[in-house]
Design a protein around this ligand. Structure first.
Ligand SMILES: [Zn+2]
Length: 192
């Protein structure tokens, strides 16, 4: 049982999400910006991570990489920070020279998994080095992700904020006449 409840990190309401309307908005800052809470969560992430006997911890910038570094330092395993793929094609991607990683037991640490898009990016980056992660361990699962849906062998989440997503045209709160929460577009923007 978690010492911290998922509900603490969610603002409930009727929001416009990236892929439809959602019944709550995850406030990751409550986990990542409070040293006491973060320490507790990292300890729990470590407990999940060591079960896979990793030889390398990987996280994608920014929050995922930060958590991966904290977990790696705590369990004494090297951590690697991946950049997000560049969306600007006029800029050449940075050349990273890494030894092949196919012998490594790679565990990916994430802050939040929603659509699985970033997991797809990480898997693609790793496959360039011959590596396939043995597990993905995340702080939050806010999109009902599963190992199968993510295409990974193992998937674990510490906290499930139970954020439900409806397509805009069949949204249940809209059908019930629930007004949409105010200020949501601004907060979405600032939280990326
Ligand atoms: Zn709606």
């Amino acid at each position: 049982m978690s010492v911290l409840e998922a509900e603490y990190f969610v603002e409930r309401g009727h929001f416009l999400g990236k892929n439809g309307h959602i019944n709550g908005r995850l406030v990751k800052e409550r986990a990542l910006n409070d040293p006491h809470i973060l320490r507790n969560l990292v300890i729990q992430l470590c407990e999940r991570t060591v079960e896979y006997s990793p030889s390398l911890i990987v996280g994608q910038k920014n929050a995922g990489a930060r958590l991966a570094a904290l977990v790696g330092a705590k369990i004494g395993v090297l951590s690697l920070q991946l950049n997000k793929p560049s969306v600007d094609t006029s800029v050449a991607p940075p050349r990273i020279s890494l030894a092949p990683l196919h012998k490594e037991r790679v565990v990916v640490v994430e802050d939040n998994v929603t659509t699985g898009r970033s997991i797809g990016q990480i898997k693609q980056s790793l496959s360039g080095y011959g590596a396939d992660p043995v597990a993905v361990v995340t702080l939050f699962n806010s999109g009902q992700a599963t190992a199968e849906r993510l295409g990974v062998l193992n998937f674990e989440a510490l906290l499930d904020p139970e954020i439900t997503c409806w397509p805009a045209d069949t949204c249940i709160p809209c059908a019930d006449g629930t007004p949409r929460s105010l200020g949501m577009l601004a907060t979405h923007r600032t939280n990326g």
